[in-house]
Design a protein. Structure first.
Length: 146
């Protein structure tokens, strides 16, 4: 059900984005930006466990691995990973995130195994996503594969 909900959200996002290109196969997204409806690809991917612990974080991380991306940017409603005192952690190894609530419990394992770098930015703050996509370093957390 969660994956089907992601498809519905993708269609809604496409409806709100003029000129958006919607695809259901990862191969169609390799040459240019696209909104990927994840149900078909994710439901037949043995690298993604079936269950509610597999959220959009794990799906995006797995797709980034399969697309051989160098960097994955996860857009959240927080500035990034916070330490127990509530301060932003600017860099952290994926192995330290297993069981921490900022991203789902499956994504850190995929990040680690794939050797992928992942950046968490707050999508509610204008300009942060743009800066990350341009290779900058906005306020956020860089998750390293270690």
């Amino acid at each position: 059900m969660a994956l089907m909900s992601m498809n519905v959200y993708g269609l809604l996002l496409a409806d709100l984005t003029p000129g958006a290109r919607v695809v259901e196969e990862l191969g169609e997204a390799q040459r240019s930006s696209a909104i990927i409806l994840p149900y078909r690809e994710a439901s037949r991917d043995p690298g993604l466990p079936v269950g509610w612990e597999t959220t959009g974080d794990a799906v995006a991380t797995r797709f980034a691995e399969r697309l051989k991306a160098r960097l994955l940017v996860l857009v959240k409603d927080v500035d990034g990973v916070l330490n127990p005192q509530g301060r932003l952690v600017e860099e952290v190894e994926a192995s330290r995130l297993e069981g921490v609530g900022c991203i789902d419990p499956v994504a850190p394992r995929i990040i680690r195994e794939a050797g992928l770098r992942c950046f968490i930015v707050n999508g509610l703050v204008e300009g942060r996503l743009r800066e990350a996509l341009k290779g900058g370093r906005p306020l956020g957390t860089l998750i390293k594969p270690g």
